[in-house]
Design a protein around this ligand. Structure first.
Ligand SMILES: [Zn+2]
Length: 340
């Protein structure tokens, strides 16, 4: 089969890879209907994360089950399924508490390479959720978004305790930040402040429910959000970048007693203990347990109540994965959908 492989920073190639097959009785193999490039794929692409030899890329996937191992009960060949970036058993105490991305048996899907024609999914019963029926093509981007960025933005809003009457700020205008805006609107936030400098992303943020746009970053961004909230800061702030600057902007934009939901993959972030002590903010976040939300998200997508697929502003054939990475790296595209 064909699949995207990162050889070195900036060097993504689509090449022949071995066809995945069932290795364990709990595995499934799916034929991918759509896949995509994640903002987090840009960390190794940019060399911020070390690249140690050729690495199959991609961890967002929807597709049709081809084959299942002998112990798989919940999904069967022919079904259309959505999964997420950590395989999980969905039965251990951590999964049952809703933290499937910290499952005691979790396995990262990233290393298996979902930017490809086929994918082996470990722990298929716990990981994959079948859709009610084979979706029409126009739902594919929405379902693919559910596989990571929607579920991650959703978790950001849950972790930040977004709810009716609350003022929410979202730091980060990538796909996760934009879909955190969607989630905040869905959860009944009264006011949603999106931090973005890019006009096309601002428009999408407004489409998803943002009521205010802040273009400043860092301390200036904090000052703007405080201005907009009577000097207090927002009740709920979702951090969707993962840098020191964005994390501190999120914490400092939160009012005492408020909540930060951080879902940008942290890189080199160090929190100052004294400032945190006196800030009185709650911090919760981490790799989103997307699996927790998948049934609800799939239902909302099938009812056409949400349109998260709008974050894909470029679609390319899988063979052009290198261009997809370039477009996202240069911020010419918010998120690129790849068709195998
Ligand atoms: Zn588990």
């Amino acid at each position: 089969m064909r699949g995207a492989v990162l050889h070195a920073p900036g060097d993504v190639r689509v090449e022949d890879r071995e066809d995945p097959r069932i290795l364990l009785p709990t595995d499934a193999v799916i034929r991918l209907s759509a896949t995509c490039v994640c903002g987090s794929d840009l960390w190794p692409y940019r060399g911020v994360e070390a690249v140690t030899g050729p690495s199959p890329m991609g961890h967002e996937y929807v597709g049709v089950v081809q084959e299942v191992g002998s112990e798989v009960r919940n999904v069967k060949p022919g079904q259309f399924v959505v999964g997420s970036f950590f395989a999980s058993d969905n039965t251990c105490p951590i999964c049952r508490a809703g933290y499937q991305s910290s499952c005691v048996h979790r396995e990262p899907v990233g290393g298996l390479g979902a930017q490809a024609e086929y994918l082996r999914v470990p722990l298929a019963d716990g990981t994959l959720v079948a859709t009610p029926e084979t979706p029409s093509d126009d739902l594919l981007p929405d379902l693919l978004a559910a596989s990571d960025v929607l579920g991650t933005g959703w978790f950001g809003a849950v972790a930040a305790q977004v709810g009716p009457g609350r003022t929410v700020a979202v730091v980060g205008d990538g796909a996760v930040g934009l879909l955190a805006v969607l989630a905040a609107k869905r959860f009944g936030a009264e006011r949603i402040i999106a931090v973005s400098r890019h006009e096309s992303r601002q428009k999408l943020a407004i489409h998803y429910g943002a009521t205010d746009i802040v273009t400043e970053r860092g301390d200036e961004g904090v000052a703007r959000i405080r201005d907009l909230t009577g000097g207090l800061g927002a009740h709920s702030v979702i951090e969707a970048v993962g840098t020191q600057e964005s994390m501190m902007q999120a914490i400092r934009s939160t009012r005492p007693g408020g909540h930060v939901g951080y879902v940008g993959v942290a890189h080199g972030v160090e929190l100052p203990g004294e400032e945190l002590f006196f800030s009185h903010v709650h911090l919760h976040g981490g790799p989103a347990p997307v699996r927790r939300f998948l049934p609800e998200l799939i239902d909302l997508i099938y009812k056409r109540e949400i349109d998260p697929g709008k974050v894909f502003d470029l679609t390319l054939p899988l063979e052009q994965a290198a261009e997809a990475y370039r477009a996202m790296d240069e911020r010419r595209a918010v998120k690129v959908l790849l068709t195998p």
